[in-house]
Design a protein around this ligand. Structure first.
Ligand code: GLU
Ligand code: MG
Length: 437
């Protein structure tokens, strides 16, 4: 009998969910060139069972085509079928990338960054999540108790993440009840986002095998602590040297990093529609949760949307290696490809326009008066998905990073999500998104 093992062909869509179709291992080879067909309208699925109005209707399909370099085969227990998966690009039948392929969108942004500046991007993501199920009663935040009560899960998850080669650095308890965090080291370019997709699926599988559930939703319950996905970026030159750090620059940023940050800062309201793109995202974003409610930039400021992370290294030769910029508004309902791709586009605008560094804020913006915030140029981030989409559409530079078809499809699916949950209770909305993500 042929092996029943499946390889899951995975693509991460406009709503940041990893969708899949499986093929028998024995047939993978012949799927490598042209992948599997997928109806275009499938890109307009909400996280639930609805398909938003879309430009395609019942016509046409893309080929979900594996990038074999991303393939991972992770064994969990003896006798349990391994999690065997490969990430795909959505290609037109003529072999060009589909305009609504999230992975190709990010790759194109990376290519443009490199073509125009000679720079590459090192990317690391933090993954906060909540576990629910047996044994998730109250434990002190960050306590040994909270990690030891899930020791079998933590151990299984760690082994699986090491096997998946995602650069696992830490597995730790977080502030909330049942909340944990997995951090991975930086990876270059597209693999920085691939890692996020793989890491989440491995964590979910480890939880599943331990009869608990992992949710990365930004707010799994109205009273729960929010889950963020802070995004860390640094710019490197062709000789593998970091260019972001300058001890004498604003916030210790070199000129290029300062321009990049200024670009992201300028477009932050529009970027919120991509980086915090669900109705439930706005139960998380806000002051006094370390998740940011204002578009401030500051050194080591956890209430700023953009935190400059200085290097702990004292050696002047290597000090710039760990220096990076953290974007804190991002959550797991965003496609990492879309969120990072859009951040690159915004940063590139800053570099092109040689924008000056934003003012460095070393206080909690929520504690300032309106007048003081206005004086420092600090604005509130959009307070709802609808407001974020309005800000996106008002920023024609930002909409210009996408093709008109992509803007139309993305807006329609996000407006449908906003409308669906407009009148619902926070409990219901949190429950639905908690299951989906
Ligand atoms: N949970 C917080 C958030 O939603 C972040 C806490 C931290 O800084 O680790 O972003
Ligand atoms: Mg954290």
């Amino acid at each position: 009998m042929a092996s029943g093992e499946l390889i899951l062909l995975i693509w991460n869509d406009l709503v940041g969910l990893s969708r899949t179709r499986g093929v028998p291992v024995s047939q993978y080879e012949r799927r490598m060139d042209h992948g599997l067909g997928w109806a275009l309208a499938g890109q307009s699925l909400t996280p639930f069972e609805d398909i938003a109005p879309n430009p395609w209707g019942p016509l046409d399909e893309v080929r979900q085509t594996p990038d074999d370099s991303t393939r991972r085969r992770v064994e969990f227990f003896d006798g349990l079928p391994p999690l065997h998966m490969v990430l795909c690009n959505s290609m037109n039948t003529d072999g060009t990338p589909w305009e609504c392929c999230t992975r190709s969108f990010m790759q194109q942004a990376l290519d443009d960054l490199e073509a125009e500046t000679g720079l590459s991007l090192h990317i690391a993501y933090e993954n906060e999540f909540l576990l629910s199920g047996e044994g998730m009663e109250w434990a002190a935040p960050f306590s040994i108790d909270s990690i030891r009560r899930v020791a079998p899960f933590a151990d299984l998850c760690t082994s699986a993440l090491l096997a998946a080669d995602v650069g696992l650095e830490t597995f730790e308890p977080e502030y909330g009840v049942g909340q944990y965090e997995v951090s991975c080291g930086p990876a270059v370019g597209i693999s920085g986002a691939d890692r996020v997709v793989i890491t989440r699926e491995v964590i979910r599988e480890a939880a599943r095998q331990c009869d608990i559930q992992a949710s990365f939703s930004p707010k799994p319950a109205p009273e729960a602590v929010g889950n963020g996905c802070h995004l860390h970026l640094s710019l490197w030159d062709k000789n593998h040297r970091p260019v972001g750090f300058d001890p004498d620059g604003p916030g210790q940023m070199g000129p290029i990093a300062a321009q990049f940050v200024a670009g992201v800062h300028r477009h932050l309201a529009a970027l919120t529609a991509i980086a915090a793109p669900s109705p439930v995202s706005y139960l998380r974003l806000g002051p006094h949760h370390w998740s940011c409610g204002y578009d401030a930039v500051g050194v080591q400021n956890r209430e700023a949307a953009i935190r400059i992370c200085p290097s702990p290294d004292k050696n002047p030769e290597t000090r710039g290696n760990a220096f990076n910029i953290e974007i804190r508004s991002t959550d797991a309902t965003a496609s990492p490809y879309l969120a990072i791709g859009a951040m690159i586009r915004a940063g590139l605008e800053g570099i092109r326009g040689k924008l000056p560094a934003p003012t460095m804020i070393d206080e909690d913006p929520a504690d300032m008066t309106d007048a003081r915030r206005a004086e420092l140029g600090i604005n509130e981030l959009p307070g709802s998905l609808g407001a974020a989409l309005d800000a996106f559409h008002a920023d024609t530079v930002a909409t210009g990073w996408f093709t008109p078809t992509m803007v139309e499809a993305y807006t329609a699916v996000k407006r449908l999500e906003a409308a669906t949950y407009e009148a619902s209770t926070p409990e219901h909305m949190c429950e639905r998104y908690g299951h989906a993500y």
